[in-house]
Design a protein around this ligand. Sequence first.
Ligand code: URP
Ligand code: ZN
Ligand code: ZN
Ligand code: ZN
Length: 458
Amino acid sequence: MLDLMIKNGTVVNANGSAKQDVGIKDGKVVMLGDSAYFPESKEVIDAKGQYVLPGFIDSHVHVNLKMGEFTTLDSFYNASLAAAFGGTTTMVEFAIPYKGETPLDAVVRRKEEADNQSVINYSFHGCVTNGNDESYRDVAELITGGIPTIKMFTVYKDVVMVGKGEILQVLKIIKEKGGLAKFHAESDDIIDYQINEFIKNGKTTPMYHPLSRPSIAEAEAVSSLLTLIEHTEAPAIFVHMSTGMVKEQLKTYRNRLPVFTEVCPHYLMLSDQFYNGEDGQNYICSPPLRPAHEIDGLWEMVQSGLIDVINSDHCCYDTEQKNKYKTEFYKAPNGLPGIETRGTVFFSEAVMKNRITINQFVDFTSTKAAKLMGMYPKKGVIGIGSDADVVVFDPRTRFQITAQNLHMQTDYTPFEGFEVTGSPVHTIINGKHIIANGNLKDDSFRGQFIKRGKPILN
Ligand code: URP
Ligand code: ZN
Ligand code: ZN
Ligand code: ZN
């Protein structure tokens, strides 16, 4: 007897699609094919006209993020529930050490926060924010102990930034132990100089935020890090890329080194014009939104295989927090909410507008992340023996995005009023039907902590 069967849909994986029924038992996919030959099932979902996709993986989210004066407003329960509504079944959050903590301390603290709270499956990235022996020891321990991804920031001085010397040392350990470095790449020097100039001249409204963090600041940091990556041959991913300025350089390096890239829906859909509006502060994130021509360059990267994963960089601030420094951009909280909207907005913009295929969509939102994060083929594919993390997605629904209908702990979405096509209808996590026809069906279910393996780099 099966626990759950999904009938009449089109199963889509990164490498192909087929009209197939899916049989699920004990949290795993156990049958694929014609359900006429399946045993009976306790429950059946009819997915006629719908896609049956591997559950989305969001490997860049921040939950209860305390950065300077502000803390984001969601708990692991809140964020993961919103994620489940959006079709995301696994998230990887950043365990950023507080003062006095080592990277491992931060992972332990974060895991305690998420255990028995997170509705979806979860893991963490280790984060090095201090160059000392404890940090280096922890990096080695984390990589071999199920946390193979290590984040470093080249900005946010005196908060989380580390210098190039420390980065070089961490890259050597990552290479030796078989991990993957993650970089927030922006040049702190360039940005610091620009911000000080704007402050001197009284130019501190949100429109100066993108001008203070020009694309060249991102390009310079990427270039410099590529030199360190080349020297150490450590695998690395540049997160939330916002510019096509480094396209040619990336192309060259990717031919010979394991260098990967991430982009977020907001960089593909929203331009820097939003900073000129009355609510410009709501769009402050780092790197900033870019001019329209830069967005074309990013889409070219998506379409030409220069981008590997699409993640949200979810940061759940509300408008009250965003308003506090409405006219002092450099003090404002950085980041946008997006854990719930990522799948839908990217599907609508990318697949429905014929920029990519549905199979590429699966690769960007699930399969490639599963590989790079060390969770494949448990996650990231609908195949016999894989975890039954599945999203049934209806490509026909048309609606307007509005914060009122979303479940994130904030009162706004940067995509307010956007007309989109396609939405998740059912979310199945570890074989359990959690979201049914867009409604929460089982509020008692909790996801699992995932001990991850080595990143798969090809
Ligand atoms: O603006 C952003 N992206 N804030 C979140 C922290 C980070 O840099 O990813
Ligand atoms: Zn970042
Ligand atoms: Zn982030
Ligand atoms: Zn059900």
